[in-house]
Structure formats: C-alpha cells, structure tokens
Design a protein around this ligand. Structure first.
Ligand code: SF4
Length: 394
C-alpha cells in the first residue's frame, strides 16, 4: 500500500479530485510544511480528513523509544508494514537540531565493527519511509526547528541511491530543508559518489574511511576490496572538483588498530590533497566486535598528530551511548541488555517496559563535534564547518 509520504503530489490531488481545486495544496502543505496528520487538518471537512487518513497510512509504527543526554537525544525503533525494523535518532544541540535517519533495514556492507553490518540486510527503505522519519523527528523537536538531516542510520545510503535521492528532493523542495544541511554518508560506494557529484542539489558528503591503507581497510570494510583506496580517493577528488563542497572523512578510532602514529600519517597523506576535514570518534562497543574504542588519551594524541600534519580535525562527542544510539550501536541492544531509559510502545505509544525489542541495526552516527576542551586534543578546538556537521563514523 502507498504510505503517507510515498504519495506524490498527483496522487494526493487524485484523492481530493472531488473537492475544490485548492484542497490538494492544502493537504500537501499540511503534510510537508505544517508536518501534521490528516486528522489534524481542521481546515478540511471531517469526512475528508477521515478519508485521507485511511488512504494515506503512516509507514512507521513506533515500537520503542529511548531518551538520554537529559532529553537531548531520542532514539526510536520503528516497525514497518512488513515487520522490518529501523531506527531514527534525534539530537538537540545548542545551535541546531539534527536527525539521523536510516536508509535501509539492515545493511549488506558487513563492516566488521558495526552492529548493523553484523545483523545483515533486510531491504531498502522507500523514499516515503525515509521522509517520514524526518517528519516524526521534526514534530518531536518542536518548538525547535529541525535544522539538519544526516543519512547515517542503518544502511548504506548510496546502495539505495534512487530512493535516498527522491527523499532528499522531497526534504529540500517540500519540507524546506536546505540541501546544505543534508549530509549523505558512505562507506565508499564509488559509483554512488560519482552520481552525487553530478546531482542537482549540493548535499554534503561524508566518507567513512576508518583506515588509510588497503590491508587494514580490507579487514574493517569489506567493500574496500571492490573499491580500494586509490579508486575511492579518486572519486572523492572528482566530487570535490565538481561540487566545490567540502569533504569529510569519518574515522572510528579502534584501540591498537587504526590509532597508531603511522595511521595518522597515512590518513594525513590522503586527507591533505583533498582538503578533507577529519572527524574522529572512539568506536562504541558492539556485541560482535571485541576490540574497544581508543581511550581518551589516545584520541587526543591522534588528534594532535593529525593537526600537526596540517589536517583540520574534530573530535566528536558521543551522543546516546546510554541508549545504544551511538555510533555502531543502534542494533546492538538485546533484550535485557538495555542501558538507557527505553519505553516499549504500543502502536499508540502507551506501554512501558525497559527492554529493547527485536534486534535492529545501527551504523555509526549518533555523535557530534565536541566543544569541550576536556574531550578534545590539546590546543584550540576546530569547529566543524556546517557541511561537516555530521555525526561520527558509520
Ligand atoms: S558501517 Fe555503515 S555501511 Fe558499514 S555495515 Fe554499518 S551501516 Fe553498513
């Protein structure tokens, strides 16, 4: 069945074809500008509201919700019509409000350190299922305005390019979010980067690098065997040349794995020619990957080294670690293992236990740049540019 945000303007117009001509615009603005449900469109006749409610069903049924960071981080688990589960994370900061959305149920990329990758692939999300995540989060963010969307939830966005791009178009043109506040993250799908470089809207690109030599990256990111670093950095070069947008590299720091001085030197060699901004985040624990993240002192040392090598670098602060909403954790929670305040939800959001439902998936995302000197390397904190305002390593 066509879901509420999968219906295009002509489908909505068809649904109100027996009404005055202005009704279609009224409904469209209600859905995309006012972000309300048909039942709340009190400027429509009651019978029409009911008809629209039935004809345009929501895609996301809330299954669980968890809150942390004093209410500033909210994670949802949604069940889709076919039973697939996806997660969305809302993060409020001093100067902006960001939502991290999923683009797939599960992920086929199999990155060894990532809970989503450990769980396997279910299916691509539709554009409407992606847009609806943003709409739900924007409603929750009120009275603040949702300012940023990052495609860093479950899944590899560029492996679901058509639907992700359709969702981006809807968010930009209809919801009114600037393309410069939309960030697409990738583990390194080279053809997708090239398509992004030629696309109409100037969205931001974040490449989750994690290793700067092929031997290590082959181990951490299996896709690297198909698109090794030479091909990936060449695509990044084409992207920067075509868009003039700033590129960011995401780097999940893994203890004694990719946090050595030699790793910093290799990373600097790749980042400098591309003028890429590097975002560092200590890896969050997941059940299927034993190696911990780099301790704080090691993070600071790695950051100092990169800066000394001429690379603009930001240390990202984890958000949502207490609710398994942090980088690489979203799918890691198992029943009985929930650490945050989680509420199991009936379809009407009533109910209350403290365990997370079925295993879903996470990528690496729910982190943000730090502004506290205590969590950064010594020296001035580099402010991430707007286009780098994404969240950690996928
Ligand atoms: S890190 Fe991203 S691309 Fe890799 S398995 Fe996880 S969700 Fe997929």
């Amino acid at each position: 069945m066509r879901t509420r945000y999968d219906a295009d303007a002509s489908a909505v117009a068809e649904l109100v074809a027996d009404q005055p001509a202005y009704r279609a615009r009224q409904v469209w603005e209600g859905l995309y500008r006012r972000l309300i449900d048909p039942a709340e469109m009190t400027d429509l006749p009651l019978a029409l509201r009911r008809r629209l409610d039935g004809a345009l069903p929501v895609a996301l049924q809330p299954a669980a919700e968890a809150v942390s960071d004093g209410g500033d981080t909210v994670k949802w688990l949604w069940h889709l019509a076919d039973g697939a589960g996806v997660e969305t994370v809302l993060m409020r900061y001093g100067d902006r409000t960001t939502v991290c959305v999923s683009s797939q149920a599960g992920c086929a990329m199999g990155c060894t350190f990532c809970a989503t990758g450990q769980g396997g692939f279910e299916r691509n999300l539709s554009a409407g299922e992606i847009v609806e995540q943003v709409v739900r989060a924007a409603r929750r963010a009120r009275p603040r305005r949702l300012s940023n969307v990052v495609f860093m939830g479950m899944g590899e966005p560029l492996a679901n390019f058509e639907r992700v791009w359709a969702a981006i178009g809807r968010l930009h043109h209809d919801v009114g979010l600037s393309a410069r506040h939309l960030t697409v993250s990738t583990i390194g799908v080279v053809p997708g980067i090239d398509r992004l470089a030629g696309a109409e809207l100037p969205v931001n690109l974040a490449v989750s690098l994690h290793a700067a030599n092929d031997a290590l990256r082959d181990r951490l990111v299996p896709l690297n065997r198909r698109y090794p670093l030479e091909a990936l950095t060449a695509a990044c070069d084409r992207y920067v040349a075509a868009t003039r947008r700033r590129l960011s590299f995401e780097w999940a720091l893994i203890d004694a794995t990719n946090d050595r001085p030699s790793d910093a030197s290799e990373l600097a060699e790749l980042a400098r020619p591309l003028r890429a901004h590097v975002n560092l985040i200590p890896l969050n624990p997941t059940p299927g990957y034993a190696t911990p993240g780099t301790p704080a002192a090691g993070v600071a040392a790695f950051c100092r080294r990169l800066r000394a090598l001429g690379v603009t670098t930001t240390v990202r602060k984890n958000r949502g670690t207490g609710i398994d909403a942090a980088c690489g954790q979203l799918a890691a929670t198992t029943p009985g293992g929930q650490r945050g305040r989680t509420v199991r939800l009936s379809p009407t959001r009533m109910a209350s236990t403290s365990t997370s439902p079925r295993r879903t998936t996470p990528p690496g995302h729910t982190t943000e740049r730090t502004t506290s000197p205590s969590t950064t390397a010594s020296g001035p904190t580099t402010e991430a540019p707007p286009e780098a305002a994404r969240l950690a390593a996928r």
